[in-house]
Design a binder for this molecule. Structure first.
Ligand code: Z5A
Length: 213
């Protein structure tokens, strides 16, 4: 059955690790699964990703940043996510609309209602069936994220957000908690401070109840 699941949280919370583990779990059960990431997943999206995460001399301002994320999203939804869902695949997405609310709304301070409206426009109303927010302290996430960045090659550092202040990251984390409070039916918060295998088990339990039952 086609199902759309998104993974969210601050940097280094473990989204990508958990998405790959869930993909393997679902495939063992016979599902056809497609994993995508934002920003990215299309030719346009991957090019814009470079601008967004490794901006060089001219950083986009908050509004320009918002529209760049939404442009990537519109392209990904139309070219990849909708066709995959229509063909019966389960789609797992590493970040989606809630990242924009948390980062550009709560983090950068753009009007949160305007961010919701921009999301609606870019997705043409497509919403995830389930969103998993992996929650951990900002210090924990950044420590993990920096370890990944230090291991990357220079041209692929993607460290613009990690360089933001702890205050910024704490606003983003608080934004995610607000999102979860507003939409408890869609959004589940998961403790991301424990071992990778325990988080995977918690996610599989949620999937069994919400998706496979
Ligand atoms: N952004 C935005 O502002 N607005 C938007 O609308 C969108 C995005 C869509 C790109 O995200 C950036 O774009 C992002 C927000 C912004 N900010 N940044 N940077 P990204 O997803 O590409 O980048 P990220 O969030 O920084 O990804 P990440 O650092 O790769 O984090 P992750 O995917 O959550 O974690 P991971 O790769 O699975 O794990 C990181 C490391 O921690 C790795 O070595 C793991 O082995 C380790 N790990 C994972 N889980 C654990 C546990 N439980 N214990 C110990 N170690 C662990």
């Amino acid at each position: 059955m086609a199902f759309f699941i998104t993974f969210e949280g601050i940097e280094g919370c473990g989204k990508t690790t958990q998405m790959e583990m869930l993909k393997a779990y679902l495939e063992q059960g016979g599902a056809e699964v497609l994993c995508v990431r934002e920003p990215g997943g299309t030719i346009l999206g991957e090019r814009v990703r470079e601008l967004l995460l490794n901006a060089g001399d001219e950083e986009p301002g908050p509004l320009a940043e918002l529209f760049l994320y939404e442009a990537c999203r519109a392209q990904l939804v139309n070219l990849v996510i909708k066709p995959a869902l229509a063909s019966g695949k389960t789609v797992l997405c590493d970040r989606f609309i809630d990242s924009t609310v948390a980062y550009q709304g709560y983090g950068r301070g753009l009007d949160v209602k305007a961010v919701y409206a921009a999301n609606e426009l870019a997705t043409n109303g497509l919403r995830p069936d389930l969103t998993l927010i992996l929650d951990c302290a900002v210090e924990t996430g950044l420590k993990r994220a920096w370890a990944r960045i230090e291991a990357a090659t220079d041209e692929n550092r993607e460290d613009r957000f990690e360089k933001e202040s702890l205050l910024f990251h704490n606003r983003v984390r608080a934004g995610y908690i607000e999102i979860a409070k507003k939409e408890p039916e869609r959004v589940q918060v998961i403790d991301a401070t424990v071992e990778i295998a325990s988080i995977h088990r918690a996610i599989c339990d949620i999937i069994t109840k919400k998706v496979l039952s």
